[in-house]
Design a protein around this ligand. Structure first.
Ligand code: ZN
Ligand code: ZN
Length: 280
């Protein structure tokens, strides 16, 4: 089982468990035998573009975040390798601000939760419908961020399924564009376990005691990982890894069950075809 994870949030973003300290996440990782992890909380914005509250730390919290993580990195250095980082969204004209964050940390992951529309308003996945041009823009932003050398991995590449009801022609096109970029720039794609945790275990604390029909029903509500996306991805020469996207107490402890459900959703044939990496 993959014993590293590069996708961890903290209470500072405002929508992760407020009672979980940074150290509490580390203790869960150690309990589960992880050897290398990264904190990649939602990056603060110098120019406030994402106007939602409780989505990301404030710029003023950045120094304390890095200071505490560097303290913990040293404290646990003989047990687990801890990296500092951020989950960022690429936006045109924000390149310099993103590079500044990159220079201060070990790892930047791209979690492209939104794109601009034609009027420079944010279109956020899961909050509204996307037209075809906007979906293509999602794939283009990813490609540009790779070209600029921003992320070391792409989180939940199939998150666009939050705004798509079926997997049709345009979804297939976006998937191929993303996979071509990942192949070209050699950037691993993440099979994200966050939506599974939220839909399955957070909403149904007694999930394991339900009938298989009930379990099936719940799992069918998971929006990503998307089976079709990964079937197509398995035909490309790309690297993949799992990402916990930890926001909650106990989420890391569910790791083995989350991977099992992800593999079930994607299908064992596809999983066996995918090229899982040993280390970033
Ligand atoms: Zn989050
Ligand atoms: Zn995340």
């Amino acid at each position: 089982m993959q014993n590293f994870n590069y996708h961890t949030h903290t209470y500072r973003c405002g929508h992760a468990d407020y009672n979980m300290s940074d150290e509490d996440y580390i203790l869960e990782y150690i309990k589960m035998g992880f050897k290398e992890i990264a904190f990649t909380d939602h990056a603060p914005e110098k120019n406030k573009i994402d106007k939602r509250t409780n989505m990301r730390m404030d710029y003023s919290e950045k120094d304390e975040y890095l200071r505490n993580l560097n303290y913990l990195k040293d404290k646990y250095k003989n047990v687990i390798n801890i990296k500092t980082g951020y989950e960022v969204e690429y936006l045109p004209n924000e390149e310099e601000n993103i590079k500044e964050l990159k220079n201060e940390t070990d790892i930047i992951i791209l979690g492209q939760h939104f794109v601009y529309d034609d009027n420079e308003n944010l279109k956020i996945f899961g909050r509204c419908e996307f037209n075809n041009d906007e979906l293509i823009r999602y794939a283009n932003y990813i490609d540009t961020s790779f070209k600029l050398g921003i992320p070391l991995l792409l989180a939940h590449p199939d998150i666009f399924m939050l705004s798509c009801s079926t997997f049709g022609e345009i979804e297939e096109k976006i998937t191929k564009m993303i996979c071509e970029s990942a192949e070209k720039y050699n950037i691993p794609l993440e099979i994200n376990l966050g939506n599974i945790f939220g839909r399955v275990f957070l909403r149904n604390p007694n999930f394991n005691n339900l009938s298989s029909e009930q379990k099936q029903e719940i799992i069918s509500g998971v929006r990503y990982p998307n089976r079709r996306f990964w079937q197509i991805a398995s035909n490309y020469n790309i690297k993949v890894l799992y990402g916990i996207d930890a926001h909650s107490k106990g989420q890391i402890l569910k790791y083995n069950e989350l991977v099992k459900i992800a593999n079930y959703i994607i299908g064992e044939d596809t999983i066996n075809k995918l090229n899982f990496i040993d280390k970033l």
